[in-house]
Design a protein around this ligand. Structure first.
Ligand code: SF4
Length: 445
């Protein structure tokens, strides 16, 4: 939970934020609205007049975690409003926790605020100027998530996000660029672009042109990258599908406008499994294209997520996946064992894989990926890299930072000696003098 204070008499709302960065952005928007209306954000259950739980409903494990958090909040505080992805299934929540005061779905900000107003009277004189221009954020001050759209037009068989969040709805590009500019003005040094399908940005609005700072920008991935690139901070593109037009963003990385980092959720590499998964964007020539991207931008880092043990995955399919990770040199990867998510179409597919086989494949995957990651890390020894400082490490005298190849919270870090004089958000050249499978070690150059 986040701690902030306005006035001692303001009604206090506690926030529990679960789930992915997209849910975190929703929580930040709700907090900004609450603060704008004069509510105080409580640091703990006991100090709150009401608790808002922003839930995740993607995997069964996340649903369980959400239900558990709701139960904990009811027990500790008693007055609980639920929002977020699991809120799209009110019957599940009501069955488990009949005492919940109100339930709203994902990104229904107006409904959340209405529910808060009903159960906790808003203060009389809202001081709009209490809210900083760039809103309130749950991430550290030096980086911020920038959500460009909601929902998704794809229908991957293992995924229930379109059922929970609906079809793609892109934010107008001038709104996104203005928000990014405000964040940068408020001290943000690194923007993390998120959505369900970043490269499809603008498809739903026919790539509508808008004007920002006197220049016309189409609501599309390439123009978004150009606009963000003009702000002079690190910009990372997350959830990019390898549609052909992604190639056009690579020159912006070569010019240093966009951070040479792509988060592409490949999920698999075998054509049979991808077909069963109903994944968007063809895998044909992906390997060739990645190789070309690397020739154009040698420092490019690729992050991805994969699912092992998908229904119908054979040993041969799995070997294809391992070869892909090796050949494409997937620098950073998250790997999940297939889970039978409630309401997902993949539940009814034939050939479900044994849990023991999933487990064994997961370990083999992690081993291969660690080798790729270790080779990259070792190759950095002796180089000088720009590193953004995140803060002090657990060990005395050690600061923690990241190179451009690493996103916060999910990727590797750099452990820094002789750097205690630096502060979060500083970007400094660092001489890399050591590495393990994932992380780097160094000192300011
Ligand atoms: S692209 Fe597929 S996995 Fe991603 S949100 Fe859309 S349907 Fe789900």
């Amino acid at each position: 939970m986040t701690v902030t204070t306005i006035t001692p008499s303001a009604p206090k709302v506690g926030i529990v934020s679960l789930g992915c960065p997209k849910a975190l952005v929703d929580s930040e928007r709700i907090i900004t609205r609450l603060r704008a209306e004069g509510y105080q954000i409580a640091p703990d259950y006991a100090g709150a007049d009401l608790v808002l739980v922003n839930t995740c409903g993607f995997l069964d494990s996340a649903r369980d975690e959400s239900l558990e958090a709701i139960g904990e909040a009811i027990e500790a505080n008693g007055k609980v409003i639920v929002t977020g992805c699991l809120g799209a299934e009110p019957d599940v929540i009501e069955r488990a926790h009949p005492k919940v005061l109100a339930i709203t779905g994902p990104h229904q900000y107006e409904d959340v605020m209405a529910a808060v107003h009903t159960h906790l009277t808003p203060p009389h004189n809202p001081h709009l100027d209490l809210v900083p221009e760039a809103g309130l954020r749950l991430t550290p001050r030096h980086y911020a998530y920038l959500k460009i759209s909601e929902g998704c037009n794809n229908r991957c068989s293992f995924c229930i996000i379109p059922k929970l969040r609906g079809d793609l709805a892109s934010r107008p590009i001038h709104h996104v660029l203005t928000e990014a500019e405000q964040l940068v003005r408020a001290g943000v040094k690194e923007l993390l672009v998120i959505s369900q399908d970043t490269s499809a940005y603008g498809l739903d609005v026919g790539y509508k042109p808008e004007t920002w700072r006197g220049t016309e920008y189409q609501t599309r991935f390439l123009d978004l990258a150009k606009g963000l690139g003009s702000l002079g901070v690190w910009t990372r593109m997350h959830y990019v599908y390898p549609y052909p037009h992604v190639d056009q963003v690579i020159p912006l990385m070569a010019e240093g406008l966009i951070t040479p980092y792509l988060d592409i959720p490949f999920q698999h590499a075998s054509a049979n499994v991808l077909k069963a998964m109903k994944r968007p964007a063809k895998q044909d020539r992906v390997l060739e294209r990645i190789q070309q991207w690397r020739r154009d931008v040698p420092e490019l880092a690729i992050r991805s997520t994969f699912i092992v043990g998908f229904p119908g995955e054979t040993e041969e399919d799995f070997e294809i996946l391992l070869d892909f990770v090796r050949e494409a040199k997937i620098d950073r990867a998250g790997c999940f064992k297939y889970e039978n998510v409630a309401h997902a179409d993949s539940r009814t597919l034939p050939g479900h894989v044994d849990e023991a086989v999933k487990e064994e494949r997961w370990h083999r995957f992690m081993q291969v990926q660690a080798e790729v990651s270790a080779a990259r890390a070792e190759a950095q020894i002796g180089s000088v890299q720009d590193v953004i400082i995140d803060g002090a490490g657990d060990e005395a005298g050690i600061m923690i930072g990241r190179t451009k190849a690493d996103a916060p919270e999910v990727d590797a870090v750099v452990y820094l000696e002789n750097a205690m004089h630096l502060k979060p958000g500083d970007i400094v050249p660092v001489e890399i003098d050591g590495a393990d499978d994932y992380d780097l070690y160094g000192r300011p150059a």
